[in-house]
Every structure is written in structure tokens, then in C-alpha cells.
Design a protein around this ligand. Structure first.
Ligand SMILES: [Zn+2]
Ligand SMILES: [Zn+2]
Ligand SMILES: [Zn+2]
Length: 157
């Protein structure tokens, strides 16, 4: 055990009440849900829904994917996790989402990268001015070829 950092303490506070809040939304507090929360507490950065199902089932094999996804939906409503989309629209989850960011994904190598809001500021402003459309940057995923894959493709050509 390392010493608790202030950020970690704040994150713990946000989760402290989650049992009561799940109940308030009509969800029972089950061992499976408790295990999912334990798994989420150990996640840093991005994790796919499938990974969460797998890690949860490793601890409690009775957990079903629908329990995991339904609980994630509710936790998202509480602001404790957020989702974005990876390759082929697969859901990926962020625990304790801090800042808005989008994602770049490359099917060639399976890589994904965070996209800072200022990298898409022009696109966002253009769509707002031109169409009155508000882009949800934290839900924005752009698929394409990364620099390495683009170079490899050129070398083959
Ligand atoms: Zn979505
Ligand atoms: Zn790539
Ligand atoms: Zn992300």
C-alpha cells in the first residue's frame, strides 16, 4: 500500500455513496455489482466493456454481461464512468472521467490515442457556426490510419 494521494481520496468520496444511489435507481446491491465496483476501482485509463466482464467473471463467475452493462449505464448516469467508442463502435469506459477528450483509433494496429479538445477546436467551431451543431468531444471517435500504419502502407505500395 502506497500513501493515499488527495486525488485518490476525492475519488473514494465520489464512490462512497454509490450503494445508496444504486438503490435509489431501483437496482439491488448484489455481490456481482460489488465485485464490478472493486474491478473499476483498479482501472486506470480506458477499459473495454468486454474486459470489465472478463475481470469481473474471474472474481465471480456468476456475473452476467447484462449485469455488468446495466450497472455501467447507471454508473454513467451518476457521472462515475463515461463511455466512448473504439474500433467497430465497441464501447470503452473511463473511470472517474476528468477532462473531455475524443479518440483516434487505427484498425491497422488496433491502437488508440486521446484527442485533446484543442486539436478539434476548428472542426467544433465550424460545425457550431455552420450548422448550429454542438459536438460532444468526449464522445468523438475518428477512425483512420496512424502514421506508422500509413508509412507501412506506403512501403508496400
Ligand atoms: Zn456512445
Ligand atoms: Zn496503426
Ligand atoms: Zn479516453
Amino acid at each position: 500500500m502506497t500513501g493515499q494521494r488527495p486525488a485518490a481520496e476525492r475519488a473514494t468520496d465520489r464512490w462512497a455513496d454509490v450503494r445508496r444511489r444504486l438503490r435509489a435507481r431501483g437496482l439491488r446491491w448484489t455481490p456481482q455489482r460489488r465485485v464490478l465496483l472493486e474491478v473499476l476501482a483498479g482501472v486506470d485509463g480506458h477499459v473495454t466493456g468486454a474486459e470489465l466482464v472478463e475481470r469481473t467473471r474471474r472474481i465471480d463467475p456468476t456475473t452476467t454481461p447484462s449485469t455488468v452493462y446495466r450497472t455501467l449505464d447507471v454508473l454513467e448516469g451518476l457521472g462515475l464512468v463515461s463511455h466512448s467508442h473504439g474500433l467497430e463502435g465497441r464501447q470503452e469506459f473511463h473511470v472517474n472521467p476528468r477532462a473531455d477528450h475524443g479518440h483516434l483509433v487505427c484498425p491497422g494496429c488496433g491502437g488508440s490515442w486521446e484527442l485533446a479538445p484543442d486539436e478539434v477546436a476548428e472542426l467544433v467551431a465550424g460545425l457550431r457556426d455552420g450548422r448550429g451543431f454542438e459536438v460532444a468531444v468526449d464522445h468523438l471517435t475518428i477512425e483512420g490510419r496512424c502514421a506508422d500504419c500509413a508509412r507501412a502502407g506506403m512501403a508496400r505500395a
